[in-house]
Design a protein around this ligand. Structure first.
Ligand code: PHE
Length: 390
């Protein structure tokens, strides 16, 4: 038996060597389209909420990272090494996110992490990545504290102080709002940070915050807070949470006869918002990272590739995840190394990288400086209103 096994192994080795030499020859022989691969792999960990209360976020981010991986691998990977994605579901639960990060680092031996999606989960992964000296890029976590966890932590989205300001300015300048109310989840870093950013920007402009109400994660009944808010007659109601909760709030608010225009942030971005909120979502405005109506050639190419692969229009999360993956693969390529510090330095020095949402350059806190898109819900669909530069 042993002899046969050895024999097979030797023949397998010879066969592999032949394939390798033929591949190299194809590469040298002018067959420019034939990628040269070494048989080695670069393992990348992905942590996204594939199930749970924001599962549409996880699905579109993973789809986009898989698409970017496929594109690189079809071109021969990074320096001939195939990219191998190892993906984990954190269910939008910070404890699950931390466990996933430890597993990916200690068991799978990934060289970098992409994730997570929501700020509360990313804030639990970032200290682990930093302590292990592993580069990490979140596509979508906008809370300011995320990249403050250390010099290995990057993101491909703008931050909440900016989007809070964008919506406050939009309410004041474009909607002529004077009185604003805010309703948010006190336990969530994202909703709390964004609520604060909106309130401070709106007051600085001269507006008045007539109500600031809170609820707890998982609450389903918002009638008490909404009744109070209705009593102070705000022009706008800012709802900085994710689609599943925002949809419920919108519905209950309209049922109570509250007439304020609804405003929000990127957390609204899901094909599920309108099915949950129904007509109540109509006429609301939110800030986002990208619009499928963008005419930028990279955005158009991404939209077409995503549609061909998955038969759906990508959302903003998808566009950010696609950019995050390309930024990371590009940095590994530029670094010519999978050594964590080299990848980190290459990421920090990213130059001339044009992604779906434009040109990328990181500031000294590893945050990209980018414009926001304002989107409205019209006839049950997202409709692009305009871009706002920082
Ligand atoms: N910005 C959100 C957060 O930090 C996540 C998100 C991004 C949700 C983009 C939707 C769209 O938690």
């Amino acid at each position: 038996m042993k002899g046969v096994y050895f024999f097979m192994k030797r023949w397998t080795a010879i066969l592999l060597a032949c394939v390798f030499v033929m591949t190299l020859m194809a590469g040298c022989g002018g067959g420019d389209n034939e990628p040269v691969t070494t048989g080695e792999e670069i393992k990348i960990g992905a942590i996204f909420p594939l199930t749970g209360d924001v599962s549409t976020f996880g699905q579109s981010t993973l789809n986009s990272v898989m698409l970017a991986t496929k594109e690189w691998n079809e071109r021969g990977g990074i320096d001939g090494k195939m990219i191998k994605l190892v993906s984990e579901d954190d269910k939008n639960d910070p404890t699950e996110s931390a466990n996933a990060a430890l597993k990916l680092i200690n068991q799978d031996g990934v060289v970098a992490l992409i994730g997570s999606v929501t700020s509360k989960c990313t804030l639990s992964v970032a200290p682990i990545a930093q302590q292990n000296g592993l580069p990490m890029i979140t596509p979508t976590s906008t809370n300011e504290q995320v990249t403050e966890q250390g010099d290995f932590i990057f993101r491909s989205c703008f931050i909440d102080p900016f989007q809070g300001q964008v919506m406050a300015k939009f309410a004041w300048d474009e909607l002529g709002a004077q009185k604003a109310a805010v309703l948010f989840d006190l336990s969530n870093d994202y909703t709390k940070g964004l609520a604060e950013a909106f309130q401070s920007a709106f007051t600085t402009l001269g507006g008045e915050i007539v109500a600031s109400e809170t609820y707890a994660f998982g609450d389903q009944d918002f009638n008490a807070q909404l009744t109070k808010i209705k009593g102070v007659e705000p022009d706008v109601l800012f709802l900085p949470d994710y689609y599943s909760t925002v949809g419920l709030i919108m519905k209950q608010a309209r049922e109570l006869g509250l007439e304020a225009t609804f405003l929000g942030g990127d957390g609204w971005d899901s094909p599920e918002l309108v099915p949950i909120a129904g007509d109540a979502a109509e006429g609301g405005y939110f800030s986002n990272h990208y619009s499928p109506e963008s005419e930028d050639p990279v955005a158009v190419a991404f939209l077409q590739a995503y549609q061909a692969e998955y038969g759906a229009v990508p959302d903003a999360l998808g566009s950010l995840a696609y950019d995050a993956a390309h930024l990371l693969f590009n940095a590994i390529d530029q670094a010519d190394s999978t050594e964590p510090a080299a990848i980190r330095d290459a990421l920090a020095n990213t130059e001339g990288f044009h992604g779906v949402s434009g040109e990328y350059r990181f500031d000294e806190n590893r945050n990209p400086i980018k414009s926001a898109a304002i989107i409205t819900i019209k006839d049950g669909k997202q409709s692009f209103v305009g871009m706002v530069a920082p």
